[in-house]
Design a protein around this ligand. Structure first.
Ligand code: F6P
Length: 554
């Protein structure tokens, strides 16, 4: 089993001290803290390469930081970081390392796993990706009618979809001419139908992206794509010009009909939600070109080094992880809002949902003992300003404490008029409003100044009170470049990891998704009236099956 932290964090002195400290912080006011200390922003913000983290709008004092640092120390975070980077089997329940960081290492580095240096193989695969991308971009990869490929369809779900989709869409300003990337994830036939209207079989390359090559949605879509290819007149003996795979299950990919030379490997030490840096990132490289893909890797590697070496108070992933623990475990926050103010980052929240919730949605420690404290929060949110006109009301006046991360670039790729200044201003004003709020006195004065009667002022003022004191981080990117985006994604990967170490959980397995998959097969058998259906389903599920069978036509 893994050597990672197995202790019950809540028994540690730092945890107890944080509980006491939280009680002492009940009356803490960020508004007052800013008024008293003009240096607060300078004190509680830091820059690294193209990123700035402002964490000054948090419920924190120097003592909070000290105690959180103690918690990290007492749970062995520093050692755990080194264990992850050096390839120890920190994924205890699957008995393997978690080595997504190895995918970002420069050529010439060494890293042994089971006595073998894995870096050369990683770079060989990168070289194969480079060659494939070159052939497609230069029109040398031809379809069955000898026409060049114009469209690439990534068929994959979860980590074989969200990361590649996020990055290729976030880096659209870097997209190469000539090839369009599409993503097919859901088993819902409507998704395939809509996509098939946009592509031609003779100029389309399907990338079947599945680490396991056993994921229902992906296999179903892959079969449908293959049938569609034939129905469109696709040549059976030229299938290898139109179907390639990324998988660690080469055998299954070949059984599907993928030529062995067309299978790009992923390794079992890369988790799906951490795999965009591997050949799973093929659509990214196809979309933005190999030089930009390497920049993405370099940005992540740069964050890896920062994470390993920066002292606690200047360590971005560490600070963000500990602030998350502070609110979740000591202030009762159950969710975390992720609010990117950038159209190109509109899928960032979705990627983080899988990254964070599949990693930290755990209820036992690495040693199997039940947690007696909260683990990962619900991650939600979406692009600003849109969210301001939807759910920010709850952030400002709802009864829940929801810490928020605002993410915004300085430079817009499309500086139309003063749109970007307005976007940036809105982002800042939201975090300011959350922190500052509006008191009853201020609301009253505002209404009086607007000429309301005394009775109206009394009636309306309470509705205008905004409690404030609501925490947020602001991450400012110089621009959404491949390098900065690589660093940003790696930052969150490490944040999630630090939290799992403190809770003593395994961030790299996902057993919780398995039961639904198994039950799905049984329900399907009963839905189609198969005689192999054996399990006794609960009355609710049976009722819903019967309802479907009675009403469904065709
Ligand atoms: O069902 C969850 C999951 O296993 C994710 O962890 C993974 O990213 C996704 O399914 C897809 O898996 P695969 O790449 O093996 O098809």
């Amino acid at each position: 089993m893994t050597t990672l932290n197995h202790t019950d964090a809540s028994l540690l002195p730092a945890w107890k001290a944080l509980e006491t400290h939280q009680l002492a912080m009940q009356a803490y006011s960020m508004r007052d803290a800013f008024a008293e200390d003009p240096q607060r922003f300078a004190k509680y913000s830091l820059q690294h390469e193209g990123l700035l983290l402002d964490f000054s709008k948090n419920l924190l004092t120097e003592q909070t930081l000290e105690l959180l640092q103690d918690l990290a120390q007492q749970t062995g975070v520093k050692a755990a970081i080194q264990q992850m980077f050096s390839g120890e089997p920190i994924n205890g329940s699957e008995q393997r390392p978690a080595l997504h960081t190895a995918l970002r290492r420069p050529i010439g580095d060494r890293l042994e796993v089971n006595g073998q240096d894995i870096i050369p193989e990683i770079h060989q695969v990168l070289q194969r990706i480079t060659e494939l991308v070159g052939k497609i971009h230069n029109g040398l990869w031809r379809g069955y009618t000898e026409k060049a490929i114009t469209d690439v369809v990534n068929i994959g779900i979860g980590g074989s979809f969200l990361g590649p989709q996020l990055v290729s869409e976030a880096l659209l300003p870097y997209a190469q001419q000539g090839v369009r990337c599409h993503f097919l994830a859901n088993i819902d036939g409507s998704e395939f139908h809509e996509l098939s209207q946009q592509i031609q079989a003779e100029t389309t390359l399907f990338v079947i992206s599945s680490k396991s090559f056993s994921t229902l949605e992906t296999l179903k879509n892959a079969e449908t794509a293959r049938s569609w290819y034939f129905a469109q007149g696709g040549c059976p003996d030229k299938l290898d010009r139109h179907f390639i795979a990324v998988s660690s299950n080469t055998q299954a990919a070949e059984q599907f009909g993928i030529a062995s030379a067309n299978v790009f490997p992923v390794w079992d030490w890369v988790g799906g939600r951490y795999s965009l840096w591997s050949a799973i990132g093929l659509p990214i490289a196809l979309s933005i070109g190999i030089a930009n893909f390497k920049e993405l890797l370099a940005g992540a590697w740069d964050m890896d080094q920062h994470f390993q070496s920066a002292p606690f108070k200047q360590n971005m992933p560490m600070l963000m992880a500990l602030l998350g623990i502070w609110y979740g475990n000591f202030w009762g926050a159950q969710s975390q809002a992720i609010l990117p103010y950038d159209h190109y980052l509109r899928n960032f929240t979705q990627h983080l949902q899988q990254l964070d919730m599949e990693s930290n949605g755990k209820q036992v420690r690495q040693d199997g003992a039940q947690l007696n404290y909260q683990s990962g929060p619900v991650i939600w949110g979406g692009v600003g300003c849109n969210g301001q006109h939807a759910y920010h009301q709850l952030l400002h006046q709802g009864t829940l404490l929801i810490p928020a991360d605002f993410i915004v670039p300085i430079v817009s790729y499309n500086p139309i008029g003063d749109h970007h200044q307005w976007l940036y201003a809105n982002c800042l004003s939201q975090s300011q409003a959350l922190m500052q709020g509006k008191t009853l006195e201020e609301a009253t004065a505002e209404l009086q100044a607007a000429g309301y009667s005394t009775a109206a002022v009394t009636a309306i003022a309470p509705h205008k009170v905004i409690p404030g004191n609501r925490p947020s981080n602001t991450l400012v990117l110089e621009r959404v470049s491949p390098r900065n985006l690589g660093a940003l994604i790696a930052l969150y990967e490490h944040k999630v990891f630090v939290q799992s170490v403190i809770w003593g959980t395994n961030a790299f397995d996902q057993w919780g998704v398995e039961l639904g998959k198994v039950l799905g097969h049984e329900v399907y058998q009963q839905l189609i009236g198969s005689h192999s259906a054996a399990a006794e389903l609960d009355p609710s599920t049976q009722g819903l099956i019967q309802f479907f069978r009675q009403r469904h036509r065709g």
